[in-house]
Design a protein around this ligand. Structure first.
Ligand code: NAD
Ligand code: GLY
Length: 352
C-alpha cells in the first residue's frame, strides 16, 4: 500500500492499494471518533461495493446508514442534494459524525458538498471508485453541484479527512469510463512528469496502474498544496480543459469529459505550434498518447461556435483568458491572452 499525505489547511492521508474497502471500518476509526457513518453512493456502485463497505464499518462498531441515488451527471444537482439533507436530518447525523462518499466524481462532488454544508460542515471520507475520481476529483477538496446555468457553479472547498483508493474497484469500471481517467493522466504527465507521460504514451496503463494512480495523485497533491483555493498555479490542472469544456458543452455532454479534454489538449498544442509559441513535437506526442489509448484526437465541429460558450464562462473574472501551454513534456505553464484573441488562436489549432 502507498500513502500520500496532502498538506492543505487540514492535512489528510490518501491510501492507495488493493483490497482497502473491506478494511474501511478500521481506517475510519484511525481518523475519526464518529459514532455514525452515512454512506452516500449511486445505484451502480451500491450494487457492487456498498455491502462490503457497510459490513466493514459495522464490524468496527460504527452505526451505519446509506443513501443511494441514480448514477450519472444529471444527479449532481440540488434535486438530489436536498433529499440528501433530509436523509441526514432524519438519521440525526451530528457534527461529530461522518459522511463516506463511495463512487465516482459525481458522488464525491455531491456528497462532499453535502458534507461541506450540512450543519455548516461535517467530516467526510472519499472512497473514489473511478479512475478519474482516484487521480483527480477525490484530491484537493473541490466539492459542488451543477445548476441549470452550468456545471460546478455552486460549491465549496472542503477537504476530506481521508481518501481510500482501492485499485480493485477499477476492475469493474467500464472501458469508456476508464478512458476519462486516461485523459486526465495524460494531462498530468504533460504538465508535470515526462516519465509518467511516457507510460501513458505506451498505452500500457492498466499494467502500471499503481504507479500511474500514485504519480497522478502526487502531482495533484503538489499543485493543490501550493494553491489550495485555486487562485493561481492550480489552474495548471486545466490543461486541455478550456477547449475541452467548450467541446463538452457544444456536444451537450454526449461525449465524455476525458475524451473532450484529450481533444482539447490536441487542439491547444497544435494552436500553440501554429502561433509559434509551442514545439510541434508536443502536439505529435499528445496525439500519439491519445491514439495509443484508443481515444479520439479530433472532432469535426464548429469551433467558432464552441469557443463563444467558453468566452462567456461565468467563472472568468476579467477580460484576460488564461490557458495552459506546454514548454516541453512535463513542463506546463499558464499563458494569458486577451479574451478576444482566444477564438482565432484555437481556430489555428483546428485548421486542416
Ligand atoms: P461518475 O461519477 O459519473 O462515474 C461514471 C460512471 O461509472 C457512473 O455510471 C458510475 O455509477 C460508474 N461507476 C463508478 N465506479 C464504478 C466502478 N468501480 N465499477 C463500475 N462502475 C462504476 O463520473 P466520474 O468520471 O468519476 O466523475 C465525473 C465528475 O467528477 C464530474 O461531475 C466532474 O465535474 C467531477 N470532477 C470533479 C473534480 C474535483 O476536483 N472535484 C475534478 C474532476 C472532475
Ligand atoms: N480538477 C481541477 C482541480 O481540482 O482544481
Amino acid at each position: 500500500m502507498n500513502q500520500i499525505t496532502v498538506h492543505t489547511s487540514r492535512p489528510y492521508n490518501i491510501l492507495i492499494g488493493n483490497g482497502l474497502l473491506k478494511d474501511i471500518g478500521r481506517y475510519v476509526k484511525e481518523v475519526s471518533g464518529c459514532h455514525k457513518v452515512a454512506v452516500i453512493t449511486d445505484d451502480i456502485v451500491a450494487g457492487l461495493y456498498l455491502q462490503t463497505v457497510t459490513d466493514s464499518l459495522r464490524q468496527a462498531d460504527l452505526r451505519v446508514c446509506s443513501y443511494v441515488f441514480p448514477n450519472g451527471e444529471a444527479s449532481k444537482c440540488h434535486r438530489t442534494l436536498l433529499p440528501i439533507y433530509d436523509f441526514l436530518i432524519r438519521e440525526q447525523l451530528t457534527r461529530s459524525d461522518l459522511i463516506v462518499a463511495l463512487g465516482g466524481g459525481v458522488v464525491g462532488d455531491l456528497a462532499g458538498f453535502a458534507a461541506a454544508t450540512y450543519l455548516r460542515g461535517i467530516d467526510f471520507v472519499q472512497v473514489p471508485t473511478t479512475f478519474l475520481a482516484q487521480i483527480d476529483s477525490s484530491v484537493g477538496g473541490k466539492t459542488g453541484v451543477d445548476t441549470d446555468g452550468g456545471k460546478n457553479l455552486v460549491g465549496a472547498f472542503h477537504q476530506p479527512i481521508l481518501v481510500l483508493c482501492d485499485l480493485d474497484t477499477l476492475s469493474t469500471l467500464p472501458e469508456e469510463n476508464f478512458k476519462d481517467g486516461v485523459g486526465e493522466a495524460i494531462k498530468c504527465g504533460m504538465i508535470r512528469d515526462a516519465k509518467l507521460f511516457e507510460v501513458m504514451r505506451s498505452g500500457q496503463v492498466r499494467e502500471h496502474l499503481p504507479y500511474v494512480v500514485s504519480t497522478c495523485i502526487d502531482i495533484k497533491r503538489k499543485v493543490v498544496e501550493s494553491d489550495e483555493l485555486d487562485k493561481g498555479e492550480r489552474m495548471l490542472l486545466n490543461f486541455g480543459h478550456t477547449v475541452g469544456h467548450a467541446i463538452e458543452n457544444h456536444m451537450h455532454y454526449q461525449l465524455t469529459h476525458g475524451k473532450c479534454v484529450g481533444i482539447g489538449m490536441a487542439v491547444i498544442t497544435k494552436a500553440a505550434a501554429a502561433a509559434g509559441i509551442g514545439d510541434p513535437s508536443i502536439h505529435d506526442a499528445v496525439v500519439q498518447a491519445l491514439q495509443n489509448n484508443g481515444m479520439p484526437v479530433s472532432l469535426d465541429i464548429d469551433y467558432s461556435d464552441a469557443c463563444e460558450a467558453c468566452l462567456h464562462d461565468k467563472k472568468r473574472s476579467s477580460n484576460i483568458l488564461k490557458c495552459i501551454l506546454i514548454r516541453s513534456i512535463g513542463d506546463g505553464y499558464i499563458y494569458a491572452m486577451p479574451a478576444e484573441n482566444f477564438k482565432p488562436f484555437v481556430l489555428k489549432g483546428v485548421e486542416k
